[in-house]
Design a protein around this ligand. Structure first.
Ligand code: TMP
Ligand code: ZN
Length: 420
């Protein structure tokens, strides 16, 4: 076991080892490792899921690291094609084009580029694009659609190789993948090798302040090593000669931040939003131990409330299914002790997930078409980050007497009469 999971010695950002224990979910299976017929239905390996925060730079992180091959070997995450995400991607392309003044000859490199959907939008705006993604199956899909994608993790070597083949990049881009990378310094070495002196480095990460405030304990799972605030990102980037020059909030994945950094030597203008957000996160208690203790207390309470609500509904003879089968849904069910006894199936639009089984809880994943033949009394909204569009799309379900259970920040029941 020691060769596939081990405790981290020092903080991934600042190098200290001054940890505060935040919350522990015990030992759980890998939430994103959806099982298929080929998998042994016997024992799934359980891994410790303990959360700590660094008292020096306030990076929140998992106490243990799992060997990446074990973690991502069966990676089936396909970036969402939900309408709101596509709209968001278009906005980001416009923001980057405007912010950097990208023109046709410029190079945009995305790491964690998944199936290349986002790079395709960049390419339509003019620049040349290259993707980098360690999941070979996804890189293959991207290459098939004509978005050149290197099947690898993004490292100094890969950054260097791209720079040699295509020239320096005006934009190096990483959306919603930074939290999944154990060795983020290696990524930043790649950025240094590849970024043009007048280029910008972009990351979008789920925002720790929102996670804490909205009890998003289900976004804590093994694939997510790091939970960033703007402060911890600034500390990290500074150690690689990068300065954060702009920040925006983004209403995706429960509340994220979009951060632009430039080579410190470039003497780039720093937008006031940076100092404003740093001050705001301090006032929200990001650097105070009690903030994390209170989050842990709320997490305990909300886990119990979700479990009791769902079990109560089932005890009343009603049926419950999961809406969506996101990794955080699997994590939520594990954290709340809910399984196939309570949840009949999870409906999910992602073809790669359909026909598979959630780890731990062993709930089957069905297509929406299959689910339509078995409409439950209640849908537990595991994909709560899309709540407005899902509830809007499911008017008929609600009008026919169906209900949604929205699990976080506090579990609540939505019916045709209630508003979100
Ligand atoms: P994500 O939060 O990681 O993007 O995962 C959301 C999951 O929910 C993804 O597997 C797709 C699924 N989903 C549905 O099944 N129906 C929907 O209407 C939406 C928006 C998402
Ligand atoms: Zn630290």
């Amino acid at each position: 076991m020691q060769d596939i999971v081990w405790p981290i010695d020092e903080c991934r950002v600042c190098g200290h080892d001054d940890w505060l224990d935040v919350v522990s979910f015990g030992s759980t299976p890998l939430a994103g490792n959806l099982l298929g017929d080929e998998d042994d239905a016997g024992g799934e390996t359980l891994f410790p899921l303990d959360v700590v925060v660094c008292r020096r730079c306030w990076l929140m992180t998992l106490r243990h690291v799992i060997e990446p091959d074990v973690l991502f070997g069966h990676y089936r995450y396909v970036a969402s094609d939900a309408g709101s995400i596509i709209q968001h991607m278009r906005k980001l392309v416009d923001l980057c084009v405007e912010r950097i003044g990208l023109t046709d000859g410029d190079l945009v490199v995305e790491f964690g580029s998944n199936t290349g959907a986002h790079l395709e939008l960049f390419r339509q705006a003019g620049p040349r694009v290259v993707g980098v993604d360690p999941a070979r199956n996804l890189a293959g899909v991207a290459n098939d659609r004509g978005v050149e994608t290197i099947p690898a993790g993004f490292t100094a070597e890969v950054g260097q190789e791209i720079a040699t083949r295509y020239g320096l990049a005006r934009l190096v881009y990483g959306r919603q993948c930074f939290a999944h990378i154990p060795d983020i310094h290696e990524v930043l070495n790649g950025v240094s090798a590849l970024l043009a002196p007048d280029g910008l480095f972009f990351v979008e990460v789920p925002y720790l302040v929102e996670l804490l405030k909205n009890n998003q304990f289900d976004t804590i799972f093994h694939e997510h090593f790091s939970y960033f605030s703007l402060g911890s990102l600034c500390t990290l980037f500074e150690s690689h000669g990068l300065r954060v020059v702009d920040v925006h909030t983004a209403d995706v994945h429960g509340g994220s931040i979009v951060v632009f950094a430039a080579p410190a030597a470039a003497d780039h203008e720093v937008r006031p939003a940076v100092a404003e957000m740093l001050a705001e996160e301090r006032s929200q208690g990001i650097a105070e131990e009690r903030t994390y203790r209170e989050f842990a207390d709320r997490t305990e309470r909300v886990r119990a409330q979700i479990r009791e609500l769902v079990r109560g509904v089932v005890a009343d003879g009603k049926t419950v299914a999961g809406y969506g089968a996101p990794t955080k849904g699997s994590a939520l069910l594990a954290a709340c002790g809910l399984g196939h006894q309570e949840i009949r199936f999870c409906s999910d639009t992602t073809v790669l997930k359909q026909g598979r089984i959630l780890p731990g809880s062993r709930i089957p994943i069905w297509s929406p078409e299959q689910a339509a033949g078995h409409v439950p009394d209640y849908y537990l909204l595991l994909a709560w980050n899309y709540a407005p569009e899902i509830i809007d799309n499911e008017k008929e379900f609600l009008e026919n007497g169906g209900r949604f259970i929205v699990p976080i920040p506090e579990p609540r029941v939505i019916s045709a009469e209630s508003t979100l």
